[in-house]
Design a binder for this molecule. Structure first.
Ligand code: GLC
Length: 423
């Protein structure tokens, strides 16, 4: 793999030419996220494909924030650039970007029956398979087993229990001398990640899912307001005021330094938290996110990443071949073992190596199968605006700019305008 030079391709092409193989080596340019160890691991995933095909892969790492990536992708795609062949796409983008990508239905005909149908469905727009699933995502509540034991605190089932538990551990650890210790870290920055966190609060209080599957706008309701006010109560008490600028990696930084009792994060943080350089290695476990009150249901936002081939690519065949390799069972298994990413291929949930090394994976099958989708399907091309209006209303509330009730009433009016006659 290269980060911008072609020596690898040339060498392999020359070698194969010597042996008489009719070779036209291609270079495929891929953009992907850069969270955790994604970039380092990517090298290992593409290598067997490069060796087998004689092609090379150039990786263009993107910003960690999915919202920033989306803005960049939209610029490239609107300009019809042929510089990028393969895009790593968030689960929510399929309806908005579908027109720019190649239909992968025929190419993936053998892979598709091995996948969870709901995931394939999420990447299918008007019968077109827009992207191949790489991994799915559903968050966990990470907790410090050692500290809950030390303070005699049970694993919390409701958000109120979490608040009390986090405060108790925080008070104890600070009294013991760790002034940097916090009860609970999560994603409070104004970006797509806050939409995920806040949807979980709202849904787990019985406050709906912002826009329902039938397209109706449901967010302006007292349960949703209560959920967001509850989260506001954490800022500056059990969560640092700086949580309002945290994304996934900032939360993980505090957690892995051993400075938090609880963290909301995706499964990628499981492997990293158990890494050699982690202060919490072996000291934590995961459970499902809390509920509003007894009788409510825990909600995990459905995430996940996919690969889409650009319609403007000049290397489409090679890009499709690479996409099939990266989305196939060998790489999904490597990804599960190396990064604790949740596979989208059903059989990997029964894989003994994965279960032994990453117990969170079989444990999380039911969590992602029951996860709550963001309203990207009903709101179609307007999802990004819906989400940014939602995360702004939530961020305002968390920052003390207006009450949740007022901000949600205003959000409802804005979404109604945005919707017009139909999404
Ligand atoms: C994770 C999820 C993705 C989500 C993002 C938000 O990467 O997989 O779906 O949009 O987090 O930050």
């Amino acid at each position: 793999m290269s980060f911008g030079y072609r020596a690898g391709a040339t060498a392999v092409a020359a070698m194969l030419a010597v042996f008489g193989a009719p070779v036209m080596a291609d270079e495929v340019t891929v953009v992907s996220g850069a969270v955790g160890a994604a970039v380092e691991n990517f090298t290992a995933y593409v290598k067997p494909w490069e060796e087998k095909t004689g092609n090379t892969v150039k990786l263009v790492p993107m910003p960690a924030s999915t919202s920033d990536q989306f803005a960049q992708y939209r610029l490239w795609l609107a300009a019809g650039t042929s510089d990028i062949d393969l895009y790593q796409t968030d689960v929510i983008w399929a309806p908005q970007l579908a027109d720019h990508f190649v239909d992968l239905t025929a190419a993936a005909k053998d892979l598709i029956p091995t996948e969870f149908p709901s995931i394939v469905q999420s990447q299918t727009v008007n019968g077109k398979l827009v992207a191949l699933p790489l991994f799915t995502d559903a968050p966990a509540l990470y907790f410090r087993k050692d500290l809950l034991d030390k303070y005699g605190v049970a694993v919390p089932k409701t958000w109120d229990e979490l608040t009390v538990a986090a405060q108790k551990v925080q008070d104890g650890e600070r009294a013991a001398g760790n002034k940097d210790f916090w009860g609970f870290v999560w994603q409070g920055n104004a970006y797509e990640g806050l939409t995920c966190d806040a949807l979980e609060w709202v849904k787990s209080f019985g406050g709906g899912q912002i826009v329902e599957p039938d397209g109706s706008i449901s967010i302006n309701n007292p349960k949703a307001a209560k959920a967001i006010e509850t989260a506001k109560g954490w800022v500056g008490t059990i969560s640092p005021a700086g949580v309002l600028s945290y994304q996934e990696e900032e939360a993980r930084g505090v957690w892995q330094a051993g400075n938090a009792a609880f963290m909301r994060n995706w499964p990628y943080a499981y492997t990293l938290g158990n890494g050699a350089d982690s202060k919490v290695k072996g000291l934590f476990d995961v459970t499902t996110l809390p509920v509003g009150a007894e009788g409510d249901t825990s909600a995990a936002t459905l995430g996940g990443w996919n690969l889409a081939v650009s319609k403007y690519s000049k290397h489409q065949d090679a890009a499709i071949s690479l996409a099939l390799w990266l989305a196939g069972p060998e790489v999904q298994k490597m990804r599960a073992l190396n990064e604790s990413n949740l596979p989208t291929i059903q059989a990997l949930y029964d894989d003994a190596d994965i279960a032994a090394k990453q117990p969170i994976i079989p444990q999380w099958k039911n969590v992602f199968l029951n996860a709550v989708p963001r309203p990207s399907a009903p709101t179609l091309g307007k999802y990004n605006e819906v989400s940014s209006k939602f995360w702004s209303a939530v961020h305002d509330t968390l920052s003390g700019n207006g009450s949740a009730a007022d901000n949600l009433a205003k959000l409802e009016a804005d979404l109604t305008d945005l919707k017009g006659d139909a999404w």
